[in-house]
Design a protein around this ligand. Sequence first.
Ligand SMILES: Cc1cc2nc3c(=O)[nH]c(=O)nc-3n(C[C@H](O)[C@H](O)[C@H](O)COP(=O)(O)O)c2cc1C
Length: 186
Amino acid sequence: MRKNFGAKPWTYPQPVFIVATYNEDGTPDAMNAAWGGICDDTRITMCLSAGHKTVKNLLARGAFTVSMAEANQVVPCDYVGIVSGNKEADKVAKAGFHTTKSSFVDAPLIDELAMALECTVVSYDAESGCLIGEIVNVCADERVLDGEGSIDPDKLQPIVFDPVKAAYRVLGEKVGNAFSDGKQLR
Ligand SMILES: Cc1cc2nc3c(=O)[nH]c(=O)nc-3n(C[C@H](O)[C@H](O)[C@H](O)COP(=O)(O)O)c2cc1C
């Protein structure tokens, strides 16, 4: 027997993206976004409410960064998801985050979060909240790289959002090889 829950925005896993932008005065803003994913080889999509300071900022500057939230940064990552830059101008500093300007786009990188996508704005629809961004670059701090220079998720410790329990969980262990394990059933 299956239990029906009705229409809910539930999938597993949902990302914990930290979207960072510059305010008009050049100070950084950041927000937490779970409704998003890749929508083409070099494109990312997110559903962002039009009232967010982030949306005003990314439309004004045509750019934003998307950092992966990490297990050891849960508190500031949640904080930027519950306080708006519309009301708290010093939000990023209060979170304890420090930023460095991206070399690729007009948006800040959060120093405490090791992996980020640097993006320009392709389109935004205020009615649906659908944002599409062009991924200009992906960067990662050396501290999360493995011996081959690749991003190591065991070092990065990205967290995912559980929308059913409103919880953050750390990404689990490897259980298979993509585009490969299914071949045994061919
Ligand atoms: C776990 C979590 C996930 C969230 N996901 C989204 C999302 O996908 N889209 C959205 O518009 N807001 C989302 N929010 C809410 C924004 O992060 C929040 O309203 C934030 O304060 C907006 O900041 P800003 O006004 O400074 O841009 C999420 C918040 C949390 C805590």
